[in-house]
Design a protein around this ligand. Structure first.
Ligand SMILES: *Cc1c(COP(=O)(O)O)cnc(C)c1O
Length: 354
């Protein structure tokens, strides 16, 4: 029993469900939203009693601070329906910790555990029939926190909304991923907000990503902002390399988002005795590994895309084609999948049962 087992948020139920209008066999990413949402309001130094209400539009002032100055952050996690019918959420306490890291960096109040975990739990219980069962599908959970003061003038807001929406999603990428290593633009800099899931980070990434997409790439792999010499991560995923059987990935720091999926893959690799190195990887090292044929995998890891093999990588103007999944990455992918679906034991206690 935890505190959340006994807490019940006041609920206004949707009068009709939109569920029957959704084609669960053809889900896009982030287009459909379940019937209910969790809403909490912060005012005067404290959180007011949250509510669960039908998913719908908010009424906001045109001068809402978050819109003008970007004092806003979010999270993303997933719930899965196992064969037994049980609904599980992947490591939600990690996302709770991270939204509060983001909130602190942006001068926002911390989100209480009973809102984040309890809100997800009650919301999903209510919208349980929105959790898809189709292979590769899941219920995406989007908690977010934003400044709600109506004001012109740059200062931290005194009012905030914390909201959780959910929606059924299919695969994020339905083809192998093509990326370009970025050598001009930057996503994050030392001392900046790269380690926070701050809304503005994603706005700033749109333009360079659009330029890459025009040339047929899905995503950018960012490099350090001072020299563009070391690999950092992709726009919404961390990147893990398999160099000659060793799992290598960039170390965490204030320019890299601390991905839950990254941690899960590294933990499973270490557990089975695979060498894992969290260290700087230079662009030149990658080129050398590609040319020597020892770059066995490059994988994007993140909640949305889960485990996305990178098929093509442009580095310093040269396009490299990567081999298919190595047995190592195939195995790690299957372990993640097995824990999620319940065919492998959850020996690390990662699943939160709704
Ligand atoms: C969310 C995100 C990730 C992946 O984090 P997960 O917790 O694995 O979903 C990686 N990089 C960036 C920039 C992100 O926003």
């Amino acid at each position: 029993m935890s505190i959340t087992d006994t807490l019940l948020f006041e609920t206004t139920r949707a009068t009709t469900s939109r569920r029957s209008q959704i084609n669960f066999d053809d889900l896009k990413f982030g287009q459909e939203f379940a019937d209910h949402m969790f809403v909490a309001y912060y005012n005067d130094g404290k959180w007011e009693t949250p509510k669960i209400v039908p998913y719908g539009d908010l009424s906001l002032s045109p001068t809402t601070s978050a819109i003008h100055y970007g004092q806003s952050c979010f999270e993303g996690l997933k719930a899965y329906k196992q064969k037994s019918g049980e609904i599980v959420v992947w490591r939600p306490y990690e996302n709770l910790a991270r939204i509060n890291t983001s909130a602190a960096r942006l001068c926002m109040p911390a989100v209480p555990e009973e809102f984040f975990i309890g809100g997800i739990q009650q919301l999903i219980s209510l919208d349980a029939d929105w959790v898809p069962t189709q292979a590769g599908s899941s219920l995406y959970i989007r908690p977010f926190l934003f400044a709600a003061d109506s004001q012109i003038g740059i200062r931290a807001s005194s009012t905030y909304y914390f909201i959780i929406c959910t929606g059924p999603v299919g695969a994020y990428y339905n083809e192998p991923v093509r990326v370009r290593v970025e050598e001009h633009y930057s996503r994050a800099m030392p001392g900046g907000t790269g380690y926070a899931k701050a809304a503005g980070n994603y706005a700033g990434a749109l333009y360079p990503t659009m330029l890459a997409q025009k040339e047929g790439f899905h995503q950018i792999i960012w490099t350090d902002s001072s020299e563009h010499k070391y690999i950092e991560e992709a726009g919404t995923m961390n990147v893990i390399f398999n160099i000659g059987g060793t799992i290598v990935t960039s170390p965490l720091g204030d320019t890299i988002l601390k991905g839950v999926t990254r941690d899960s893959v590294l933990t499973l690799a270490r557990k089975q005795g695979t060498p894992v190195e969290e260290r700087k990887i230079s662009v030149h090292e990658l080129v050398a590994a590609l040319e020597a044929g020892i770059l066995l995998d490059a994988i994007g890891v993140g909640t949305a895309a889960t485990f996305a093999p990178i098929k093509e990588m442009e580095i310093l103007g040269t396009r490299y084609i990567l081999p298919d999944y190595s047995p190592l990455s195939q195995d790690l992918r299957q372990q993640m999948e097995g824990i999620r679906t319940g065919t492998l034991p959850d020996s690390l206690g990662w699943l939160f049962k709704v």
